[in-house]
Ligand binder design. Structure first.
Ligand code: IPD
Ligand code: CA
Ligand code: CA
Length: 273
Protein backbone atom coordinates (compact mmCIF):
# COMPACT_ATOMS: atom_id res chain seq x y z
CA UNK A 1 0.00 0.00 0.00
CA UNK A 2 1.41 3.43 -0.89
CA UNK A 3 2.51 5.68 1.97
CA UNK A 4 0.67 8.95 1.62
CA UNK A 5 2.34 12.17 2.78
CA UNK A 6 0.71 14.47 5.33
CA UNK A 7 -0.10 16.84 2.45
CA UNK A 8 -1.95 14.16 0.46
CA UNK A 9 -3.72 12.98 3.60
CA UNK A 10 -5.19 16.43 4.33
CA UNK A 11 -6.26 16.77 0.66
CA UNK A 12 -7.92 13.35 0.71
CA UNK A 13 -9.66 14.17 4.00
CA UNK A 14 -11.15 17.36 2.56
CA UNK A 15 -12.22 15.70 -0.69
CA UNK A 16 -13.85 12.70 0.98
CA UNK A 17 -15.75 14.99 3.39
CA UNK A 18 -17.16 17.01 0.46
CA UNK A 19 -17.93 13.81 -1.47
CA UNK A 20 -20.34 12.56 1.20
CA UNK A 21 -22.75 15.44 0.48
CA UNK A 22 -22.23 15.25 -3.28
CA UNK A 23 -23.15 11.55 -3.44
CA UNK A 24 -26.25 12.20 -1.35
CA UNK A 25 -27.24 15.06 -3.68
CA UNK A 26 -26.57 12.92 -6.74
CA UNK A 27 -29.18 10.48 -5.49
CA UNK A 28 -31.68 13.37 -5.36
CA UNK A 29 -30.83 14.53 -8.89
CA UNK A 30 -31.88 11.22 -10.35
CA UNK A 31 -35.39 11.85 -8.91
CA UNK A 32 -35.45 15.46 -10.15
CA UNK A 33 -34.93 14.55 -13.80
CA UNK A 34 -38.69 14.28 -14.24
CA UNK A 35 -39.54 17.45 -12.30
CA UNK A 36 -40.89 20.41 -14.34
CA UNK A 37 -38.19 22.81 -13.13
CA UNK A 38 -35.49 20.21 -13.59
CA UNK A 39 -32.44 19.82 -11.35
CA UNK A 40 -30.30 22.78 -12.55
CA UNK A 41 -30.74 24.94 -9.44
CA UNK A 42 -30.37 21.91 -7.18
CA UNK A 43 -27.09 20.94 -8.85
CA UNK A 44 -25.76 24.48 -8.56
CA UNK A 45 -26.54 24.40 -4.83
CA UNK A 46 -24.85 21.01 -4.48
CA UNK A 47 -21.78 22.32 -6.33
CA UNK A 48 -21.50 25.38 -4.08
CA UNK A 49 -22.09 23.30 -0.93
CA UNK A 50 -19.26 20.96 -1.87
CA UNK A 51 -17.00 23.94 -2.50
CA UNK A 52 -17.83 25.45 0.89
CA UNK A 53 -16.89 22.17 2.60
CA UNK A 54 -13.61 21.98 0.67
CA UNK A 55 -12.73 25.61 1.40
CA UNK A 56 -13.45 25.18 5.14
CA UNK A 57 -11.41 21.98 5.36
CA UNK A 58 -8.45 23.24 3.32
CA UNK A 59 -8.31 26.53 5.25
CA UNK A 60 -8.46 24.58 8.54
CA UNK A 61 -5.51 22.36 7.67
CA UNK A 62 -3.39 24.97 5.83
CA UNK A 63 -4.67 28.38 6.95
CA UNK A 64 -1.94 30.36 5.16
CA UNK A 65 -2.41 28.82 1.70
CA UNK A 66 -4.34 30.73 -0.98
CA UNK A 67 -7.28 29.30 -2.90
CA UNK A 68 -8.58 29.54 -6.46
CA UNK A 69 -12.01 27.97 -6.64
CA UNK A 70 -14.29 27.53 -9.63
CA UNK A 71 -17.35 28.97 -7.91
CA UNK A 72 -15.84 31.19 -5.19
CA UNK A 73 -12.93 32.68 -7.12
CA UNK A 74 -9.55 33.71 -5.65
CA UNK A 75 -8.76 34.01 -1.94
CA UNK A 76 -5.12 35.12 -1.58
CA UNK A 77 -3.11 33.49 1.23
CA UNK A 78 -0.31 34.77 3.49
CA UNK A 79 1.85 32.00 1.99
CA UNK A 80 2.20 33.23 -1.59
CA UNK A 81 4.02 30.07 -2.76
CA UNK A 82 1.13 27.70 -2.14
CA UNK A 83 -2.36 27.87 -3.63
CA UNK A 84 -5.15 25.30 -3.75
CA UNK A 85 -6.92 24.92 -7.12
CA UNK A 86 -10.40 23.58 -6.40
CA UNK A 87 -13.07 22.11 -8.68
CA UNK A 88 -15.81 20.88 -6.33
CA UNK A 89 -17.69 19.12 -9.10
CA UNK A 90 -16.02 18.30 -12.41
CA UNK A 91 -18.50 16.71 -14.79
CA UNK A 92 -21.38 18.98 -13.86
CA UNK A 93 -23.43 18.20 -16.97
CA UNK A 94 -23.14 14.45 -16.27
CA UNK A 95 -24.23 15.06 -12.66
CA UNK A 96 -27.17 17.19 -13.86
CA UNK A 97 -28.32 14.37 -16.16
CA UNK A 98 -27.91 11.65 -13.56
CA UNK A 99 -24.84 10.17 -15.29
CA UNK A 100 -22.48 8.70 -12.66
CA UNK A 101 -19.23 10.07 -14.13
CA UNK A 102 -18.05 13.10 -12.15
CA UNK A 103 -15.39 13.89 -9.57
CA UNK A 104 -13.93 16.35 -7.11
CA UNK A 105 -10.53 17.71 -8.10
CA UNK A 106 -8.14 19.48 -5.72
CA UNK A 107 -4.59 20.44 -6.64
CA UNK A 108 -1.81 22.21 -4.79
CA UNK A 109 -0.01 24.72 -6.99
CA UNK A 110 3.46 25.48 -5.57
CA UNK A 111 5.46 28.39 -7.04
CA UNK A 112 3.14 28.43 -10.05
CA UNK A 113 3.49 24.71 -10.87
CA UNK A 114 1.11 21.80 -10.13
CA UNK A 115 2.76 19.99 -7.17
CA UNK A 116 0.13 17.58 -5.81
CA UNK A 117 -3.32 16.47 -6.90
CA UNK A 118 -6.31 14.44 -5.71
CA UNK A 119 -9.13 13.42 -8.07
CA UNK A 120 -11.94 11.51 -6.38
CA UNK A 121 -14.74 9.79 -8.32
CA UNK A 122 -17.14 9.02 -5.44
CA UNK A 123 -19.74 6.77 -7.12
CA UNK A 124 -17.10 4.19 -8.04
CA UNK A 125 -14.94 5.12 -5.01
CA UNK A 126 -11.90 5.75 -7.25
CA UNK A 127 -9.34 7.84 -5.37
CA UNK A 128 -6.54 9.09 -7.63
CA UNK A 129 -3.67 10.95 -6.03
CA UNK A 130 -0.16 12.07 -6.94
CA UNK A 131 2.60 14.25 -5.51
CA UNK A 132 5.65 15.54 -7.37
CA UNK A 133 8.44 12.97 -7.06
CA UNK A 134 6.28 10.49 -5.12
CA UNK A 135 4.35 8.73 -7.89
CA UNK A 136 0.69 8.48 -8.89
CA UNK A 137 -1.79 6.08 -7.29
CA UNK A 138 -5.33 4.77 -7.62
CA UNK A 139 -6.72 3.42 -4.34
CA UNK A 140 -3.14 2.75 -3.21
CA UNK A 141 -2.08 0.96 -6.42
CA UNK A 142 0.84 2.58 -8.29
CA UNK A 143 -0.17 3.96 -11.70
CA UNK A 144 1.74 3.85 -14.96
CA UNK A 145 0.61 5.25 -18.32
CA UNK A 146 -0.08 2.73 -21.09
CA UNK A 147 2.77 1.17 -23.09
CA UNK A 148 1.02 1.42 -26.46
CA UNK A 149 3.40 2.74 -29.11
CA UNK A 150 1.27 3.21 -32.22
CA UNK A 151 -1.57 5.66 -32.92
CA UNK A 152 -3.68 2.95 -34.59
CA UNK A 153 -3.92 1.04 -31.30
CA UNK A 154 -4.50 4.19 -29.24
CA UNK A 155 -7.75 5.20 -27.52
CA UNK A 156 -7.98 8.97 -27.00
CA UNK A 157 -10.27 11.25 -25.00
CA UNK A 158 -11.27 14.83 -25.66
CA UNK A 159 -13.89 17.46 -24.89
CA UNK A 160 -16.47 18.11 -27.61
CA UNK A 161 -17.47 21.80 -27.72
CA UNK A 162 -21.15 22.65 -27.55
CA UNK A 163 -23.49 25.62 -28.11
CA UNK A 164 -21.65 28.89 -27.55
CA UNK A 165 -18.38 27.21 -26.49
CA UNK A 166 -15.09 27.26 -28.41
CA UNK A 167 -14.19 27.04 -32.08
CA UNK A 168 -16.24 24.21 -33.59
CA UNK A 169 -14.51 24.05 -37.03
CA UNK A 170 -11.08 23.79 -35.39
CA UNK A 171 -12.30 20.99 -33.15
CA UNK A 172 -13.90 19.15 -36.09
CA UNK A 173 -10.56 19.27 -37.89
CA UNK A 174 -8.82 17.85 -34.82
CA UNK A 175 -11.43 15.11 -34.41
CA UNK A 176 -11.24 14.18 -38.11
CA UNK A 177 -7.47 13.89 -37.83
CA UNK A 178 -7.50 11.67 -34.73
CA UNK A 179 -10.43 9.53 -35.94
CA UNK A 180 -8.54 8.74 -39.13
CA UNK A 181 -5.49 7.26 -37.39
CA UNK A 182 -6.65 5.90 -34.01
CA UNK A 183 -8.53 3.00 -32.45
CA UNK A 184 -11.15 5.42 -31.12
CA UNK A 185 -12.10 8.67 -29.42
CA UNK A 186 -14.14 9.11 -26.22
CA UNK A 187 -15.87 12.10 -24.63
CA UNK A 188 -16.89 11.20 -21.07
CA UNK A 189 -17.46 14.76 -19.76
CA UNK A 190 -14.92 15.27 -16.95
CA UNK A 191 -11.51 16.71 -17.84
CA UNK A 192 -10.03 15.79 -14.45
CA UNK A 193 -11.11 12.15 -14.87
CA UNK A 194 -9.89 12.16 -18.49
CA UNK A 195 -6.42 13.01 -17.20
CA UNK A 196 -6.69 10.47 -14.37
CA UNK A 197 -7.59 7.81 -16.95
CA UNK A 198 -4.48 8.68 -18.98
CA UNK A 199 -2.41 8.26 -15.80
CA UNK A 200 -4.12 4.88 -15.22
CA UNK A 201 -3.33 3.70 -18.77
CA UNK A 202 -7.01 3.52 -19.70
CA UNK A 203 -6.67 6.25 -22.30
CA UNK A 204 -3.46 6.55 -24.30
CA UNK A 205 -3.91 10.29 -24.62
CA UNK A 206 -6.27 13.23 -24.13
CA UNK A 207 -6.52 16.68 -25.61
CA UNK A 208 -8.81 19.67 -25.05
CA UNK A 209 -8.76 23.48 -25.13
CA UNK A 210 -10.76 26.13 -23.29
CA UNK A 211 -10.20 24.58 -19.87
CA UNK A 212 -9.66 26.29 -16.50
CA UNK A 213 -6.76 25.74 -14.08
CA UNK A 214 -8.97 23.86 -11.60
CA UNK A 215 -10.06 21.41 -14.36
CA UNK A 216 -6.52 20.18 -15.10
CA UNK A 217 -4.00 20.97 -12.35
CA UNK A 218 -4.49 17.75 -10.35
CA UNK A 219 -4.61 15.63 -13.52
CA UNK A 220 -1.33 17.13 -14.76
CA UNK A 221 0.47 15.83 -11.65
CA UNK A 222 -1.21 12.42 -12.03
CA UNK A 223 -0.09 12.00 -15.67
CA UNK A 224 3.44 13.25 -15.07
CA UNK A 225 3.93 11.04 -11.99
CA UNK A 226 2.61 8.05 -13.97
CA UNK A 227 5.34 8.59 -16.60
CA UNK A 228 3.29 10.51 -19.18
CA UNK A 229 3.92 13.85 -20.85
CA UNK A 230 1.74 16.97 -20.65
CA UNK A 231 2.00 20.14 -22.76
CA UNK A 232 -0.32 22.58 -24.47
CA UNK A 233 -1.40 21.67 -28.02
CA UNK A 234 1.43 23.98 -29.15
CA UNK A 235 3.95 22.06 -27.07
CA UNK A 236 4.54 24.66 -24.33
CA UNK A 237 4.23 24.18 -20.55
CA UNK A 238 1.61 26.95 -20.20
CA UNK A 239 -1.40 24.64 -19.67
CA UNK A 240 -2.75 26.48 -16.59
CA UNK A 241 -2.44 29.87 -18.31
CA UNK A 242 -3.87 28.87 -21.72
CA UNK A 243 -6.39 26.11 -20.85
CA UNK A 244 -4.91 24.06 -23.70
CA UNK A 245 -3.80 20.53 -22.81
CA UNK A 246 -2.34 17.50 -24.56
CA UNK A 247 -1.54 14.59 -22.24
CA UNK A 248 -0.35 11.18 -23.43
CA UNK A 249 1.92 8.26 -22.67
CA UNK A 250 5.62 8.75 -23.42
CA UNK A 251 5.36 7.07 -26.87
CA UNK A 252 2.28 8.82 -28.22
CA UNK A 253 2.55 12.42 -27.04
CA UNK A 254 4.59 13.52 -30.06
CA UNK A 255 2.56 11.58 -32.68
CA UNK A 256 -0.73 12.88 -31.24
CA UNK A 257 0.59 16.44 -31.21
CA UNK A 258 1.61 16.08 -34.88
CA UNK A 259 -1.84 14.77 -35.89
CA UNK A 260 -3.51 17.75 -34.18
CA UNK A 261 -1.02 20.22 -35.65
CA UNK A 262 -1.52 18.82 -39.19
CA UNK A 263 -5.31 18.90 -38.66
CA UNK A 264 -5.18 22.63 -37.89
CA UNK A 265 -3.09 23.22 -41.00
CA UNK A 266 -5.59 21.25 -43.12
CA UNK A 267 -8.63 23.00 -41.62
CA UNK A 268 -12.16 21.86 -40.89
CA UNK A 269 -13.69 19.06 -42.96
CA UNK A 270 -15.88 20.28 -45.86
CA UNK A 271 -19.56 20.42 -44.90
CA UNK A 272 -21.54 17.81 -46.76
CA UNK A 273 -18.38 16.29 -48.25
C1 IPD B 1 -16.09 20.74 -17.45
C2 IPD B 1 -15.68 19.30 -17.66
C3 IPD B 1 -15.76 18.97 -19.15
C4 IPD B 1 -14.93 19.92 -19.99
C5 IPD B 1 -15.37 21.36 -19.75
C6 IPD B 1 -15.24 21.69 -18.26
P1 IPD B 1 -17.25 21.30 -15.16
O1 IPD B 1 -15.95 21.07 -16.08
O2 IPD B 1 -14.37 19.11 -17.20
O3 IPD B 1 -15.29 17.66 -19.39
O4 IPD B 1 -15.09 19.62 -21.36
O5 IPD B 1 -14.58 22.25 -20.51
O6 IPD B 1 -15.70 23.03 -18.03
O7 IPD B 1 -17.96 22.48 -15.74
O8 IPD B 1 -18.08 20.06 -15.23
O9 IPD B 1 -16.64 21.57 -13.83
CA1 CA C 1 -14.38 21.46 -14.25
CA1 CA D 1 -16.89 22.36 -11.81
Amino acid sequence: MANRSALINVMVGAVQKAAKGLVRDFGEVEQLQVSKKGPADFVSTADKKAERTLMKELQRVRPKFGLLMEEGGEIPGADTSNRWLVDPLDGTTNFLHGIPHFCISVALERDGEPFAGVVYEPVGDQLFWAEKGAGAYLNGRRLRVSARRHMDEGLFATGIPFKGVRDHPAFLAELEGVMAVSAGVRRFGSAALDLAYVAAGRYDGYWETGLSPWDIAAGIVLVREAGGFVTTLDGTDKMLKTGSILAANDNLHTPLRKVLHDAHRKGAPNKGA
